[in-house]
Structure formats: C-alpha cells, structure tokens
Write a protein that binds this ligand. Structure first.
Ligand SMILES: Nc1nc2c(ncn2[C@@H]2O[C@H](COP(=O)(O)OP(=O)(O)OP(=O)(O)O)[C@@H](O)[C@H]2O)c(=O)[nH]1
Length: 307
C-alpha cells in the first residue's frame, strides 16, 4: 500500500514557515507530486491559507493548537485529505506556539499507522530572534529550544538581517542543541526540495514541554475593520504597541488606496504588500499578556479618525 509522506513545519511565530511552505509546494508541484496541506492557526480567522494556490487541497484548523485542543479535528481532516485526494505528501504547518512532538503524536494515531509515513520535522528559526531570545519570557525561550531540539532539519532564516559573525554564532549555538539535525542558513526559507525529500524522521528523547494551552500566556485577538484608516495614524498605533505583541497579520485598507494591503508584522518589523482585489479587513494579533480590549479601543479610535 502506498504511504503518504508527512512533513511537519514548526517554528516560532513569524519565523518563515508559510514562506517555506509556499516554496516547497511550488517545488513539489514541479516534481510532479500530488501535495496536500493542513494548516493550523491560533487565530479564529485564516490569513495564511490565501498563500496556498487553489489547486492544492487544503484543510484548516483554526482557533487553537493541534497539539491538544483540536486533535480530534486533525484526525478527521487528515482522513478526509487521504480519502478524497490520495496525496503523495502532506505538509502540516503548525502554529508558532506548537510543540512539534505533540503535533507528531497527533499524526502518529493508530488510525493512520499504515497510511502515513512521517518523514521529518522541519523547524524554522528567525536568526535575529534567536540572538535576542533572552529578552523573551522563559516559556517562549524553552519552546523555541524544544522546536530546535526535535527538528530533523533546522532552517535558520532571515540571514539577510545577519552579519557574517552572527551567522556563525547562531549556527554553532543551534547545532549544539541538536547535533543530529541538518542545519541550513537561508533567506526567505530557500531550501532545496531534494534536501527535504531525503529526510528521515528520527525519534528524540522527550523533553519538558512548554505549550500555548498551559505555560505560555499567548493569546490571540481578531479585529475587523469596517472601513479604511489613515496610514500615518496606523503607523503611530504600531509604534506604541507593547513589545509582547509578537505577530500581526491580515488585511488593512488605507484612505488613499482602492484595495487593501496584506499586512505582516513580526518582531516590530511591518511589511505591506498591495492586493489587487478586496479582501476581508481582518487583522489577527498574537501576543503574551495583552489586554486586547485596549488594543481594540485604539483601533476603533483609528477608524473614527479616518479622513
Ligand atoms: N527580511 C526577511 N524577511 C523574511 C524572510 N523570510 C520571511 N520573511 C518575512 O517574515 C514575515 C513572516 O513570515 P511567514 O512565512 O509568514 O512566517 P510564519 O512562521 O509562517 O508566521 P506565523 O504563521 O504567524 O507563525 C513575512 O513578512 C515574510 O515575508 C527572510 O529571509 N528575510
């Protein structure tokens, strides 16, 4: 019986998992393989799924982490992908707060023992974040370390933001946490598909687990704009945000433009990409110990200010 290969994409919020997924999907398609995707997001609204082409079978698990809260749903979604599409491989993109082993446990259900072959855990690390990891809460530091320790392949990403000395420091530091993993330095998660397809999953010892549902105080919030806002006022809003908002993604429309922008914000760095059609104006926020009502009031003020 043909087994479907499974790859688990792990890595902290905003490290470059979706960027990696997009590249792998393109390469898999070019090599003639039938691919399916299972995407898990903490927020109740999906943004990343827009990045996956319509011809790729996609299932989404929103509003929680695969690891425990929605494990049953994961099994149902996997079953449906297998029955309906019989893919050669399935890529599972986990939330940035997920412990990769718990996601793996969910995939290794006896239900799929003969159908799925787990090929590996790929962990993406934001190089700059790794250097600055001590400024994050101990739980987040632990989660990032465990995502690294359990990986079969580690992608140290955003190397365009690193000096040569920093690249060496990060690579040696990360390799010492997981000597068996393949470690590669990339910009925009540029990894060769051959390297991915030749992976073989290796069981690692179980370590302590940090997880969004218990130790981590990560929470999410979705704001839906009803109209366009002023760009300068929006940038002022961003600058005043607490440091513990780690990720914002979604669509925002400015007074001066006809279509919205895809907005990405990780570790204080905003990126705007112009859309060519209307999109639902939802912004998903992820942060630690944040009073979301306050953020919501500020956004409402922004909408009132609109010229
Ligand atoms: N400068 C730079 N930016 C990058 C690189 N790779 C990805 N990015 C940007 O970083 C942001 C986050 O990338 P994603 O691929 O969405 O990260 P993610 O891990 O899927 O994020 P979550 O799903 O929220 O956890 C996006 O704006 C990317 O364009 C890189 O190598 N260099």
């Amino acid at each position: 019986m043909k087994q479907t290969e499974v790859y688990i994409l792990s890595g902290f919020l905003g490290s470059g998992k979706t960027t990696l997924l997009k590249k792998l999907l393109k390469a898999e398609k070019e090599s003639g393989r039938k691919v399916a995707v299972l995407m898990n997001e903490l927020g109740k609204v999906s943004i990343d799924s827009d990045e996956v082409n319509d011809d790729v079978p996609l299932k989404e698990l929103l509003g929680g982490c695969i690891c425990c809260t929605i494990q049953d749903k994961l099994e149902a979604q996997l079953q449906e992908l297998l029955i309906t599409h019989q893919p050669d491989c399935i890529y599972i993109e986990t939330t940035g707060a997920a412990h990769p082993v718990e996601t793996l446990d969910a995939v290794l259900s006896p239900l799929f023992a003969t159908q799925l072959h787990v090929k590996g855990i790929l962990t993406v690390v934001d190089g700059r974040l790794w250097l600055e990891r001590r400024t994050y809460s101990p739980q987040i530091q632990q989660l990032i370390s465990e995502q690294i320790r359990h990986a079969d392949l580690i992608v140290i990403n955003k190397s365009d933001e690193l000096s040569e000395g920093e690249k060496i420091l990060i690579t040696t530091g990360i390799q010492s946490l997981n000597e068996k993993a393949i470690v590669i330095l990339t910009t925009y998660s540029n990894v060769s598909i051959k390297q991915i397809q030749s992976l073989s999953y290796e069981k690692k010892p179980h370590l302590n687990k940090s997880h969004v549902e218990n130790d981590l105080k990560l929470s999410t919030f979705v704001y839906s704009f009803s109209k366009a806002v002023d760009l300068d006022a929006f940038e002022n809003f961003l600058q005043a945000l607490p440091d513990t908002i780690y990720r914002i993604k979604g669509y925002v429309k400015f007074s001066s433009t006809s279509f919205p922008y895809l907005f990405q914000f990780s570790y204080g760095m905003p990126i705007y990409i112009k859309e060519e059609m209307n999109m639902p104006l939802n912004l998903v926020f992820i942060g630690e110990n944040i009073l979301w009502d306050e953020i919501s009031s500020k956004l409402e003020e922004l909408e009132k200010k609109q010229v």
